[in-house]
Design a protein. Structure first.
Length: 420
């Protein structure tokens, strides 16, 4: 079986690529199967049979539990570690004990510190905003820290009482209003974790010729965690990317020392020379601004919880999470797992009506990541043509002007016909 390797910072991709995948639960079975057919056809068309995918199924979720009595078998994790790249359908999160979240477990174990969520509008897809064509952003969401680290204690437990006692007696914390009925959570945000996330976002902007990177945070309230994220992000830009960036931190320092006119001149000079502008925005203001002036934003770097809100709002602005792809990446090791960003949707599973576009576009991201750009572009071009003619699954077609609703399998066959 041919594996991707990483040498001298670059991925080495064989022409016959073994690709591990988790089928997924609920609608995962349907979307995975149709996407595999589309991918096989597209790869063959793009490279005239000179490249191919060898599919390697690994187990996760309910299917894994039913077969092995484990929600996420060690063999699955070992396979993703060995093969570097993988893709998965949506997974059921166990209720009660066991793993808090299968998705979080994968991210933590493989140290996939970037949750990458590109957001772009496809002409023909209905949107709740007037000008969805102005929405073209890529969200870099920190993936291993913040509240998703899962450090919390339930109200009334001995652990919660012990934690409060430590806060009160040792740390002199007096602001817990109802300590007897309070649950507690810890929000770790490190300089290392923040720096590598922002570093990846800036490098992406450099590689893809993007105009700006916006650091989104709540540092006005959480001054040492979210405020630290902002501070460390600016430090990365100014120390490691000084030749290709201009930060609003630098702008403010020039303004303070030399006045607004000098600062404005430096800002204009940076733009004219093609430098990437590094700026920051408070999270609540950013959410408002994305609706009012989305064209002002390009690459977004943010923490885990903020990124959760932001990526879903932006997805809604271009038609919904059904066409929102995603990836979890460690740019240092090369490990990456691409995924459908929606849930298992058990209420529609098996009805042949689910929209496969989230997973299909995640496949497109995968092929961009490994350098098979032609495959990614053909998939996107086929979607543009299909949506432009009003052909989509029911969740999208019902809002399209002259939309035609297709089943999951019919939509997939239509995309295959459009692959040129």
């Amino acid at each position: 079986m041919a594996k991707i390797t990483k040498e001298n910072g670059k991925l080495i991709v064989p022409d016959e690529l073994t690709l591990p995948y988790i089928e997924g639960d609920g609608v995962g079975v349907e979307i995975t199967n149709v996407c595999k057919k589309i991918v096989d056809h597209t790869v063959n068309t793009a490279y005239n049979g000179k490249r191919k995918i060898d599919w390697l199924e690994v187990l996760g979720g309910e299917k894994a539990y039913n077969k092995t009595n484990e929600w996420l078998p060690a063999k699955t994790m070992d396979t993703f570690k060995e093969y570097l790249i993988g893709i998965k359908g949506p997974l059921t999160t166990p209720v009660g004990g066991g793993i808090r979240s299968l998705n979080v477990a994968l991210r933590q174990e493989l140290d996939l510190f970037v949750c990458l969520r590109p957001v772009e509008w496809f002409k023909g897809v209905s949107s709740p905003v007037k000008e969805p064509n102005k929405v073209n952003m890529v969200v870099f969401r920190e993936n291993t820290e913040d509240i998703y680290a899962g450090i919390e204690w339930e109200a009334g437990t001995e652990e919660a009482k012990k934690f409060y006692k430590f806060l009160h007696d040792e740390m002199n914390v007096k602001k817990v209003r109802f300590p007897e009925t309070s649950s507690f959570g810890v929000k770790p945000v490190s300089k290392e974790g923040s720096s590598r996330l922002v570093r990846a976002a800036i490098q992406y902007a450099v590689d893809n010729k993007k105009p700006s990177v916006t650091i989104v945070h709540k540092g006005n309230i959480m001054k040492f965690t979210e405020g630290g994220f902002k501070k460390w992000g600016y430090e990365v830009a100014e120390k490691e990317f000084a030749d290709v960036t201009f930060t609003m931190n630098q702008y403010n320092n020039i303004k303070k020392e030399k006045g607004a006119e000098e600062a404005d001149a430096a800002y204009k000079k940076a733009i004219d020379s093609g430098k990437i502008i590094i700026k920051d925005n408070i999270a609540d203001a950013f959410l408002q601004n994305t609706l009012l002036k989305p064209e002002d934003y390009s690459v977004i770097a943010t923490l885990n919880l903020n990124g959760d809100y932001i990526s879903d709002q932006l997805a809604a602005m271009v038609g919904g999470i059904g066409i929102a792809p995603g990836a979890n990446i460690n740019y240092n090791t090369g490990h990456a797992i691409f995924e459908a960003t929606h849930g298992t949707a058990p209420d529609i599973a098996g009805k042949n009506i689910v929209n496969p576009c989230s997973m299909l576009l995640s496949f497109a991201m995968l092929f961009e990541y490994i350098g098979w750009i032609e495959v990614s572009q053909k998939i996107k071009n086929a979607l543009v043509e299909s949506f432009g003619k009003g052909y989509a699954t029911h969740d999208l077609a019902r809002f399209m002007e002259n939309g035609t609703s297709l089943s999951t399998t019919d939509f997939a066959e239509n995309i295959i016909k459009l692959i040129k």
